[in-house]
Design a protein around this ligand. Structure first.
Ligand code: PMP
Length: 306
C-alpha cells in the first residue's frame, strides 16, 4: 500500500509529527523481537459526517493484547479513542484506515524488556479497497496454507506484532501460488482463518464460522454474527473441516480490511458455481447500510469523529 505522505501527520505519544519524520530508533525492542501490539480500524463517511466503525471495541482489543504481553499502555482507552478521531481529522480524512501501534523504546539493549518506554503511534490513510475493487462482487481465490495458525499460541485472539510472522508467510505462499489469500488450519486440522480475515461458509442456507478459540475473534466477524441473527438467518460457530469449505454453497471472508468478501475459488476449484452467493450479498448489503449510517439501529457501532 503506497500512500501520498507529503501532507500527512502521524500521532505519536500525544502530538502530531510529519509522516516522513515519524521514525523509531533502529534498536527499538519491538523491531528486534516483535514485542508490540497493533490494531486495524476503519472510518466511513456517513450522512452525519465521518465515523469510526466499532472504535471502542478495537481499542479494547488493543489494550487486551498489550496486557497479554505485559505492556502497560501509558494512555487510557478514552485518550486513544480521541487520538484516533483526531488523527483522521488532522489528515482531513472522511474515510480511511487507522493503524494504532504500541511499541517499546530503545533505552536498553538486549532481550530484557524491563523498564523500556511504551510508545503509541497512530497513522491514518485512504484505503478504499484492500483487494481488487471488483473482489466484493466477483470474489477471491484461496489455497490451503502449509503454515498453521498454532505456530504461536499467543496469536489467537490478539494482534501481537511478532505473532504475525506465520500469517505473512501464509499470505506470501498464497500469492506465490497465484491465489489471493491463504486458509490457515488450527492445531486440530480445522479451518482457523485467513492471513488477516475470518472465514464463513454457507451450506443449505445455514452459515457456519469457526469458534474463536483458534482464530482472532474479529470485530467484523462478531458484527456479521450479530447481523445474521438480526436478519433471522441460521448461524452457528463450530469446527469446520477443510472439505466443508470445498463443498460449501457459499464462502466469504470478514475483516476490517476486506469487510465482507466472497471466496469463490478454493484450490483452483470454484465454490459451488463460482459466483457470489445470495446470503453473502445480503450480509454485504446490510453491512454497507450499517457502516454508512443508513441503519440507525446499529448507531452504537459508529463513533463520529467531530
Ligand atoms: N484474523 C486475523 C489474523 C486478522 O489479522 C484480522 C484483522 N484484524 C482478522 C482475522 C479480522 O479481524 P477484524 O474483523 O477485527 O479486522
Amino acid at each position: 500500500m503506497f500512500v501520498n505522505t507529503e501532507k500527512k501527520y502521524i500521532w505519536k505519544n500525544s502530538s502530531f509529527h510529519k509522516w516522513d519524520d515519524t521514525n523509531i530508533h533502529i534498536l527499538s525492542h519491538t523491531l528486534h523481537y516483535g514485542t508490540g501490539v497493533f490494531e486495524g480500524v476503519r472510518a466511513y463517511m456517513t450522512n452525519k459526517g465521518p465515523a469510526i466503525f466499532r472504535l471502542h471495541d478495537h481499542t479494547k482489543r488493543l489494550f487486551g493484547a498489550a496486557s497479554k504481553i505485559s505492556l502497560k499502555i501509558p494512555f487510557s482507552e478514552n485518550e486513544l479513542n480521541k487520538a484516533q478521531c483526531d488523527t483522521l481529522n488532522k489528515n482531513d480524512l472522511k474515510e480511511g484506515y487507522l493503524r494504532p501501534i504500541v511499541y517499546l523504546g530503545n533505552e536498553g539493549l538486549g532481550l530484557r524488556a524491563k523498564d523500556l518506554s511504551v510508545n503509541v503511534a497512530i497513522a491514518a490513510w485512504e484505503w478504499p479497497s484492500y483487494m481488487d475493487p471488483e473482489a466484493k462482487k466477483n470474489g477471491i481465490s484461496v489455497i490451503k496454507s502449509s503454515h498453521k495458525q498454532y505456530e504461536n499460541p499467543l496469536h489467537s485472539g490478539n494482534k501481537i506484532i511478532g505473532t504475525y510472522f506465520s500469517n505473512t508467510m501464509a499470505l506470501h505462499e498464497a500469492l506465490d501460488n497465484g491465489a489471493d489469500e491463504a486458509i490457515m488450519l488450527d492445531k486440530n486440522g480445522y479451518i482457523s482463518e485467513g492471513s488477516g480475515e475470518n472465514v464463513f461458509i454457507v451450506k443449505n442456507q445455514t452459515i457456519f464460522t469457526p469458534t474463536p478459540e483458534n482464530c482472532l475473534n474479529g470485530i467484523t466477524r462478531q458484527s456479521v454474527i450479530q447481523i445474521a441473527k438480526d436478519l433471522k438467518m441460521q448461524i452457528y460457530e463450530k469446527n469446520i473441516d477443510y472439505d466443508d469449505l470445498l463443498n460449501a454453497d457459499e464462502a466469504f471472508f470478514t475483516g476490517t480490511a476486506v469487510e465482507i468478501t466472497p471466496i469463490t475459488i478454493v484450490d483452483n476449484k470454484p465454490v459451488n458455481n463460482g459466483k457470489r452467493g445470495n446470503i453473502t450479498k445480503e450480509l454485504q448489503d446490510k453491512f454497507q447500510q450499517i457502516i454508512s449510517g443508513e441503519d440507525s439501529s446499529y448507531e452504537s457501532w459508529l463513533t463520529y469523529t467531530n
